[in-house]
Structures are given as structure tokens and as C-alpha cells.
Design a protein around this ligand. Sequence first.
Ligand SMILES: NC(=O)c1ccc[n+]([C@@H]2O[C@H](COP(=O)([O-])OP(=O)(O)OC[C@H]3O[C@@H](n4cnc5c(N)ncnc54)[C@H](O)[C@@H]3O)[C@@H](O)[C@H]2O)c1
Length: 328
Amino acid sequence: MNVLVVGGAGYIGSHCVRQLLAAGHRPVVVDNLVFGHAKALPTMVRLHRVDLGDEEAVGRILRDEHIDVVMHFAAFAYVGESVTDPLKYYFNNVVATLRLLRAMLAANVKQFVFSSTCATYGVPASMPITELLPQAPINPYGQTKLDVENALKALSRAHGLSFAAFRYFNAAGAAEDGTIGESHNPETHLIPLAIDAAVGRRSALQVFGNDYPTPDGTCLRDYVHVDDLSRAHIAVFDKLSKPGAAHFYNLGTGNPTSVFEVIQAVEKATGKKVPYSVVARRAGDPPALYADSSKAVRELDWRIQYKDIDSIVASAWRWHSRSPNGYG
Ligand SMILES: NC(=O)c1ccc[n+]([C@@H]2O[C@H](COP(=O)([O-])OP(=O)(O)OC[C@H]3O[C@@H](n4cnc5c(N)ncnc54)[C@H](O)[C@@H]3O)[C@@H](O)[C@H]2O)c1
């Protein structure tokens, strides 16, 4: 398949590009490089440095590259910033996405894979989180993703668009060979922050609260390897051939992992202590968030290869130790 990977120079998108190549597909990337890295892409993959909201340019690419399916990873994803600057998020995550979808319909490209998030569930009433739990985001970031999910439902009914929306939990880890990995600026994700603290690239890690009702008092989250995420995106292709198909899947390992357990995994991988200080809880941080991904396992035959936090962190460390300055 010819696959347009929008946001393909970013963290998850670049890993998906690799998996697409390995599975015999032809990925083509659209990315404006606001956060992405051209160096994260193999040289044989064409990168169009274009904004996803540029309908004319995207339409041309869809036609010229004979695209069959679009994967959409491009978004802003800083929860705190979405609260202070919501318009930035609504314009990039919703308005630009609607333009992308309009360009697709005009070019008669009707298969779509969307990066959604567990943040659409807000603070769920029960754990683990199934796809049937109500979606009630508590910040504009999560709301923008839910808005797109709703637009997709309407487009599938009105125009026969077929789509899968994947609600990721915490994407983590790096390519097995350590040649590509996570490089966000600013970085807000726990594993790269803990690695940086361990090797002295930043001062002590802040642990937000150790008085939660969890076994060690710190928050529990669900870390899922970026290559496992990517494989689900390819496994869903078969489901998209039916016009108007609408699929929603949670993607997580289902293993609740505490902040202290992540710190231990980083210490094991790096052989260094992670300096940390416990500070006050952050507003809006639920004690636990972890997935029931049995629907993806059942329907997509999704097999998680990185089942435990140690193997995920070890892969992240291979990337960070090899490329201490990210893509440089
Ligand atoms: N990283 C996670 O743990 C996580 C969890 C849940 C959901 N998600 C979602 O997964 C997707 C990918 O996340 P990521 O961590 O790889 O993010 P990322 O920032 O590394 O990648 C996003 C890419 O999109 C590009 N981009 C952004 N706006 C664009 C625009 N208007 N036009 C063209 N390109 C644009 C950026 O340059 C970047 O390369 C996002 O949609 C995010 O909301 C991520």
C-alpha cells in the first residue's frame, strides 16, 4: 500500500515508517518539522515539508503519490499548554485535521488511521479502561482528539470514509537497534526525563506526589512500546477495506507501572542512580490509568512484544546512550 504518514518525522510516526517499510508498504511523509526530525527518516522515504492544513499541497501529494491510506500522527500534545493556549490546539489538532480530511475526500482517498489518546477518557470511573467507558476529557488536548473522533464518525456515515482511531496510553521506548527514538523539546515524558536525570543531563527528577492510593504511593500508568503501537497501525489495514468502517481501539499493555518502578527500570538499564525529589501532586493527574486492550488483541491479532517495563526502558536507553543529544 502507498501510505501517507502525516507527522511521520515525529516520534511515533518515524517508528511507524520503519515498520511500514519492513512490512513491504511504501510510506510517504508529510511533516512541517515543527517538532519532527528529517534525520529520523530513512533516506529512501520521501519527506514533503508541508503543513497538514495546506489542502492544496496535501491534495496534490495524495494524487501524485497514489496514496491508498493516510495515517495521521501530527498534533500538538502538551496537556498544560493546551490549557493555557487552547486555540493553538484547536487550530492544529482539529481545524488542520478537518482540512486534511477534506483534501482526502476530494482526492477520493477514504482510508484513515488516527492517533487518538487515553486522555479522551478524562478520569475514568473504573480500571482497566475499555473502549466502552464514557469519554469525558478534562483538558483541551484530550477534547481536540475527541472532536476529531466525532468528526470521523460523521464522515464515515456521510461519505463512506473508513477509519481506525487508536487511543494510545503512554508511548515509550525506541527502535530495537537504537538508531531512532524519542526526542521532544521540551521533553515531558517520564522515561527520557529519568534517563536524563540518571546521566546528569538534567537535575533531579520531580516525582509529583507519593501519597496516591497505589501500592507505592506514586501514579500508575501504562507504558506501551512505540514499535508495538506501530504494528497495530499496519494490522488494521484489512479492516479499512470496507467503506464506512469505524473502529476504536485502546493500545496499552494493561500493566499498571508506578513512577518508582520506572525509576528502578532506568537505574537497572543505565547502571546509575536516578536523583529525584517528591513534590506536590499535579492537578488533574488521576492515580491510575491503564488499558484493557483485549479488543485490539482479539480483532487485530495484536501481539505485544515488549511486555514489561524493563525491556521498554532498555530499548529507550540504547537510543539515548547512542544519541545523547537526540537528533542533534
Ligand atoms: N507520545 C505519546 O505518548 C502519545 C500518547 C497518546 C497520543 N499521542 C498522539 O500521537 C501522535 C504522535 O505523537 P508523538 O509523540 O510522535 O508526537 P511528535 O511531536 O513527536 O510528532 C508529531 C509530528 O507532527 C508534526 N506536526 C505537528 N503539526 C503539524 C502540522 N500542522 N503539519 C505538519 N506536521 C505537523 C511535528 O513536526 C512532528 O513531527 C500525536 O497525535 C499525539 O497526540 C501520543
